[in-house]
Write a protein that binds this ligand. Structure first.
Ligand code: SF4
Length: 348
C-alpha cells in the first residue's frame, strides 16, 4: 500500500484586484503516489505549483477538490483533533533553515519538542535522546546549547532535519531543503538524508527545481508544469529515456549528479566533478551524456490564463499546430510506471 495517494488535487488562489485580479490555478487535477520507504522527487520551475502540493499534502492548505490519502486515511478535509493526530505522521524540512527555527530556543529544546510530544521520551532520558538525534544528522552533540544564530547554514539545516526526524515521521516533506546552502554543504546534507532514509525507512517527497539533486537522491521522479504532472517514472526512466519535451529541456539545463560526478560521498562539487565548465548534462558526464540539448524558451505562462490544449505548447520546440494548441494530450504509458502527457511521447 502506498503511504500517500493524491488523486485529482486542485487548488486555486484568488489574486487581489490591485495585482490584476483573477484566479491562479496553482495545482490542477494532480495525481501522485508515494510508496512506503520511497523518495519521490517533484521537480519543475519556480511557480509551477510544487510548494502548493506540499502544503495541501501537509494540510496547511485546504484542497479545492480531489483527495489526499495518508496511510490509508482520507485527510483531504479532515480538521481538529483528528487532523492534529494525523499531522504527527508528517514532517517538513523547509528551504530556509534560519527562518524555520525559533531564534529564542536552544538546539536542545528545538529537538526535544517532538521527542517529548510525539515519542513521549521521559524527562530523565531527554538529553541522551537529543544527543542521539543530533549525532544521527551529523551534528556534534556539544552544539545542543547553541542558538540558531550561532550555527552555520548547514548546521541549521541539520537541526531542522533533526527536529523532523526526532518525531520518527512516516513521511518527510522536504521543500528545496538545500537550495539556500553552499554547494559543498548541499552534497553533505543530501548524503545525510539518503543515509537516514535507508536506516529509518521513512517515505519522502523531495521538492526541487534542481534535477541534479533529484537524480542523486530520488527513486522516482514526477515532473510538474503549470500545476500538472507532465511526466513520471523511475529515476532511470526519467534520466535515461525522458519522453516529454519539458523534461528533456530541464535535463538539458541541469548538471549531472551521478555519484562520481557531484553528490557522492567525498566528491562535493569541485572543479572536474560535475560543476566545472564543460561537465554539465548533455556535455559529457552522467545521465546527460550524449543527449541533444533542448533549450527552454520564454517564461512560464501566466497561471491565471494557462494555454489551451497542451499547456506546454507555447514553449515546446516540437509543438505541432493546430493539434498541440487545441487538444489536451492524454497520458501515454511508455513503460511500466512511466508515462508522459504528450501527443508524441510514444514516438520520441
Ligand atoms: Fe509539445 Fe505537443 Fe507534446 Fe505538448 S503535446 S509537449 S506541445 S509536442
Amino acid at each position: 500500500m502506498n503511504v500517500v495517494e493524491i488523486r485529482g488535487l486542485s487548488k486555486r488562489f484568488r489574486v487581489p484586484r490591485a495585482a490584476g485580479g483573477g484566479n491562479v490555478r496553482a495545482v490542477d487535477g494532480l495525481d501522485l503516489a508515494i510508496g512506503r520507504g520511497e523518495i519521490v522527487g517533484l521537480v519543475g520551475e519556480s511557480g509551477c505549483g510544487k510548494s502548493t502540493v506540499a502544503q495541501c499534502l501537509l494540510r496547511l492548505l485546504e484542497p479545492d477538490s480531489g483527495s489526499i490519502v495518508l496511510d490509508g486515511l482520507d485527510i483531504s478535509h479532515m480538521s481538529g483533533a483528528r487532523l492534529r493526530t494525523v499531522r504527527r505522521k508528517m514532517h517538513m524540512v523547509f528551504q530556509d533553515p534560519f527562518s524555520s527555527l525559533n531564534p529564542r530556543m536552544r538546539v536542545r529544546d528545538i529537538v526535544a519538542g517532538p521527542l517529548r510530544s510525539q515519542r513521549s521520551v521521559a524527562r530523565d532520558r531527554l538529553r541522551g535522546a537529543v544527543d542521539e538525534v543530533l549525532a544521527q544528522v551529523g551534528l556534534d552533540p556539544r552544539l545542543r546549547d547553541r542558538y540558531p544564530h550561532e550555527l552555520s547554514g548547514g548546521q541549521r539545516q541539520r537541526v531542522g532535519l533533526a527536529r523532523s526526524l526526532a518525531a520518527r515521521p512516516l513521511l518527510l516533506v522536504a521543500d528545496e531543503p538545500t537550495s539556500a546552502l553552499d554547494v559543498s554543504v548541499q552534497a553533505a546534507i543530501l548524503n545525510q538524508v539518503s543515509d537516514l532514509q535507508a536506516s529509518l525507512g521513512f517515505s519522502c517527497l523531495f521538492i526541487s527545481h534542481d534535477l541534479a539533486v533529484v537524480e542523486y537522491l530520488c527513486d522516482r521522479i514526477a515532473v510538474m508544469y503549470l500545476g500538472q504532472i507532465v511526466e513520471t517514472g523511475s529515476r532511470d526512466q526519467i534520466f535515461r529515456a525522458p519522453r516529454h519535451p519539458y523534461t528533456k529541456a530541464l535535463l538539458s539545463a541541469s548538471l549531472s549528479a551521478t555519484p562520481a560526478n557531484g553528490f557522492g560521498p567525498g566528491n562535493g562539487f569541485g572543479p572536474g566533478n560535475g560543476a566545472g565548465p564543460g561537465n554539465g548534462a548533455g556535455a559529457g558526464n552522467g545521465a546527460g551524456a550524449g543527449r541533444r540539448r533542448v533549450v527552454l524558451a520564454g517564461e512560464l505562462p501566466d497561471p491565471r490564463d494557462p494555454p489551451s490544449g497542451c499547456p506546454f505548447h507555447t514553449r515546446c520546440p516540437i509543438a505541432q499546430f493546430p493539434l498541440c494548441r487545441d487538444q489536451v494530450p492524454d497520458r501515454v504509458v511508455v513503460a511500466d510506471g512511466h508515462w508522459a502527457a504528450c501527443h508524441f511521447a510514444a514516438e520520441s
